[in-house]
Design a binder for this molecule. Structure first.
Ligand SMILES: C[S@@+](CC[C@H](N)C(=O)[O-])C[C@H]1O[C@@H](n2cnc3c(N)ncnc32)[C@H](O)[C@@H]1O
Length: 326
């Protein structure tokens, strides 16, 4: 059932889902997915709560595509300073029998400890992602340069190295420039397939981008454009643009829509268990996919309530045993 959003409330779904443009069929070479009666009527379920116990309630292989954009800094920082002491007449410490020692600070392990905690937080959730994916399904893990290498090693262990297909670099060019190093202006998105021999890759659904030097390729090719590589140039969500929800870590709809279009089919069931403002859910719903979104932050749930206003959305309060329908 579609309800109109309250007067004055911005809806990202001005049309009922059945009126959204139907995504073209997947490329013929791909394994066919079973027809679904509701291919263009997105089912949206939003869970409020810690994702780990909620994920445990879903059946094995019950999702076709998972995208997650976990927060950094989830673990507790444990500042531990490593020192070396040596005998010295002018030392800064007095030890046994009045001997003096000089202390040299070798470094702090606070950063490493934070990584350890972060990875311990992430690991059981990535194991759940693997369990929940259908055999043709894929996981997209969105991180940045701080922790992507550690997560890659962890995912190689969970999925198998053969299941790693691409590292997508989302490059943007916004904001201040560093003056003491190269300005980091990219995020990293790791793509793992549950089965590296049978994943969904709808080549014909890839949007085309302009050639850098169209004059060199001829008019026909220049008009068609080219497919993007594993480096995706896309602006961030504009702080003043229409897309902005106000959620601080909101990702651009254009980037996540490309993932949905190319790596799933209409009627598929998608999951984002670090949903934030619900960008992946919006991309999925607009393209006729069912979406399950989880977040433990009440502010995220409030933003998603606004974002999905006008669509039939089930809001579930985890652990409370109460279902509520918008
Ligand atoms: C980087 S944001 C996701 C932003 C999102 N991709 C978007 O476009 O708006 C990460 C989200 O994970 C949520 N989160 C962190 N730990 C969680 C947990 N254990 N269970 C559920 N959600 C969690 C945070 O509340 C936050 O909204």
């Amino acid at each position: 059932m579609i309800r109109r959003p309250p007067a004055g409330q911005r809806s990202l779904f001005p049309l009922p889902p059945s009126a959204l443009p139907a995504a073209p069929q997947a490329a013929a070479a791909e394994p066919a997915s079973p027809p679904t009666p509701n291919a263009h009527t997105p089912q949206i379920e939003i869970f409020h709560g810690d994702n780990l116990p909620i994920l445990a309630t879903f059946a094995d292989a019950s999702f076709d595509l998972i995208y997650i954009d976990p927060p950094f800094n989830t673990g507790h920082t444990q500042a531990r300073t490593r020192i070396r002491t040596e005998r010295a007449e002018d030392g800064d410490r007095v030890g046994f029998q009045g001997r003096t020692y000089r202390t040299t600070v070798l470094g702090s392990s606070a950063f490493a400890d934070r990584f350890d905690d972060y990875l311990r937080f992430l690991e059981p959730r990535l194991e759940q992602a693997h369990r929940l994916l259908a055999s043709h399904g894929s996981l997209f893990l969105h991180l940045d340069y701080h922790e992507v290498h550690y997560a890659k090693v962890m995912l190689d262990g969970i999925f198998g190295r053969d299941s790693f297909i691409n590292e997508i670099i989302w490059a943007y060019d916004y904001g201040a420039r560093a003056t003491k190093r190269w300005s980091p202006k990219h995020d990293n998105i790791l793509w793992y397939a549950k089965d590296p021999g049978a994943y969904c890759f709808n080549y014909e659904q890839i949007d085309r981008i302009p050639y850098l030097a169209p004059a060199l390729v001829g008019a026909e090719k220049a008009a068609r454009g080219k497919t993007p590589t594993d480096t995706w140039w896309h602006t961030i969500v504009s702080p003043t643009g229409k897309e902005r929800t106000g959620y601080p870590t909101q990702k651009p709809l254009g980037v996540l829509s490309r993932i949905v279009r190319v790596h799933s089919r209409p009627g598929d069931r998608l999951l984002d268990f670090f949903a934030g403002s619900g960008t992946f859910g919006e991309a999925g719903a607009r393209l006729g996919r069912g979406v399950v979104l989880i977040d433990d932050n009440p502010e995220a749930i409030a933003v998603m309530r606004g974002r999905f206003a006008g669509l039939s959305t089930a809001f579930r309060e985890a652990g409370v045993g109460r279902d509520e329908h918008a």
